[in-house]
Ligand binder design. Structure first.
Ligand SMILES: [Zn+2]
Length: 71
């Protein structure tokens, strides 16, 4: 089967970081169809982790304050 060479860039839709280095290309074992695997954007993952941490901290603080007011 003839193939067309295809070159393209991959960017994170959220922050715009280039994700070309996060891509792995290959072919599916059964149907031999080309595929591309893209790892999640490291920057956004890190940001989400930080936000999750901050939110958890704030929630904890709120509970603490409520607990004091109640008592
Ligand atoms: Zn991103």
């Amino acid at each position: 089967m003839p193939e067309l060479p295809l070159e393209f860039e991959v960017f994170c839709a959220k922050c715009g970081a280039g994700l070309c280095n996060n891509c792995t290309e290959g072919r599916t074992p059964r149907r031999n169809v080309p595929y591309i695997r893209i790892e999640p954007c490291e920057k956004c993952l890190e940001k989400a982790r930080e936000e999750g941490y901050t939110k958890g901290y704030d929630d904890g603080r709120e509970d603490e304050i409520k607990g004091r007011e109640g008592g």
